[in-house]
Design a protein. Sequence first.
Length: 695
Amino acid sequence: MGTSDLNILLIEDNQADAALIDMMLDEIGRELFQNYSLKRAENLAMGLKALNRESFSVVLLDLGLPDSSGLETLRRIGENAAHIPVIALTGLADEEFAAKAISMGAQDYLVKGKITGDSLYRSVLYSIERKKSELLLKDSEEKFRAFFELSGMGALQADPRTGRFTTVNRRFCEITGFSGEEILSLGFRELTHPDDWTEDSEQYEKMLRGELAQYDSEMRYIHKKGHIIWVHVSRTLLKKAGGEPVRILGIVHDITDKKKMEREIIDMAHHDALTGLPNRRLFIELAQFEMAQASRNKKKLAFLFLDLDRFKDVNDTLGHEAGDQLLKEVAVRIRRNLRRSDTVARIGGDEFNLIIADITRAEGSAETARKIVESFRAPFLIAGHELHVTSSIGISIFPDDDENMDTLFRYADIAMYHAKERGKNAFQFYNPSINLHSAHRIRMESWLRQSISRGELLLYYQPQQEISTGKMVCAEALVRWNHPKMGLLQPLDFIPLAEETGFITTIDEWVVGTVCNQVKSWTQAGLPPVCITVNLSARLFQKAGFASLVSAIIKETGMSPGSLDLEITETLAMDNIQLTASQLRLLSEMGIRISIDDFGTGYSSLNYLKRLPIGRLKIDRSFIKDIATDPDDRAIINAVIAMAHNMKMKVLAEGVETEDQLNFLRQAGCDELQGFLYSRPLPIKKFEELVESGG
């Protein structure tokens, strides 16, 4: 049941904020007060009219109103209702602004978005009590004593000459941990943290000299148990008629929780929420400090840019939760390989920046980079999966490479990309020659991203032959880039860049769509039915909704699904067998053929292969190359063919270039071949002629 009346005026123009405060006040008001009411004014003018008409216990005042804003709003309220406590509502956690608001008459301030029912309740009671204390102090010593004992705030009286406490209330003892008897042997200095005493004593002396009638401050007290608490202290000096100081009156509010929240906000602003590492903002501050230190001590500094290889594949395959867990583990693994003087920060996504400090030679950072790269060789256990994730690191050196921080970051970034292009899972120092290489890479990436819209990509088709009949059974679509300045480019000239930048999925989708349209046009032109094989990248295959994408393309083009053969590499098939099986099953149910490419180069399990709807295995060309002279290769091929036939699969040999290779494959029972012995990749016109002739 309630114990008193509470009539609140809320001056707030934002409907959503007003509704939230109304809800929280309703929860506490009905329970704690006998008579509770809340009235709302949407602007200052309406609020002032309400104050003139009615008596209120407290005013909740938004400092950003349509007809008044900031501290001016407080001033105008104070002029019209100086006797009513005011709680300022602000959208910014700005200590300086809050202090000004308090000094202009606000009893408390609350930050929107951080208000809870509990904090609002405490603020209302605190503000009412604080305002009462001001009025009581002005009214009479007797009334002050009544407030002193009943206040929910810590209250004290002290000797102005010695600073010793002469009277304290129960709440003050609760805040400090000392009993009433113990506290009387102490003074301000004994309670105040040493680092805060100098500033506080200066204000204290000004008050004694008459330069300040009263002052407020936030400081640290040392609790009886030894830990630190934060308090807001308001001190007022009472004097005799002749001006002689009589006593100091103080109101103390425990703001430890508030300070903790402020520290957490500051910490969040400077640290990555996922890994706990410094974020880009803090890293830049640390880098500036370390560069200044290195200059002063004539030392060098290494900036490292680390990027995970194929991190997007983890996200696409296992989901973002697994990706987040991997990033946490990566952060731990990096930190294990750093000294205390070194720094690592997560600057976004799967990118990390490091500072290797206090080195005399550039090579001093190489050992750290090498240890980090080596540490990634051990698999990460994430969501029940063993993930083999590698990293690429670029290194720039201050002051050798440059003395500008932004330039050094850019150089480390360039070196990192160079490490990726050299095969990933490595580190690379920056040097001017790779800068030229990077500029070329950036231009190539820009051109590549425009290649489809400009109609520069085209398809060649390499026929695949049935060994027993010598007839063409299918053909593999191979992409080429007709570059406007560099001429016809082979896949090795641009596909690695496409995979690096993620543009490979766009190319793959274009290839699938182009093949489907082409097969449909050949059918309409009366050419014999032809099957076309498309080799899929890992990125496209693992893309969410990939099977639906292929289905939509087939429906849109009207192509027969049986004329499309999709190839995935053995490594991709085994990378996530559950995803592979579900995707391939959907494709197979549409009538699409499935082949495994590069067979023999991965780590297939026959049990896994049996679970996949595979129609054909393609033996990698590395086993065909030395087939005439290498008995091990011949044994492997014989075993693969026997195994595949047992599982009702056909076998195609890639890279067949000689009659000796063909003769062996024929004797071994291989079904099909692809290679220069039969045909090189053909432009579309020549391929159409081959189809028309019956292969």
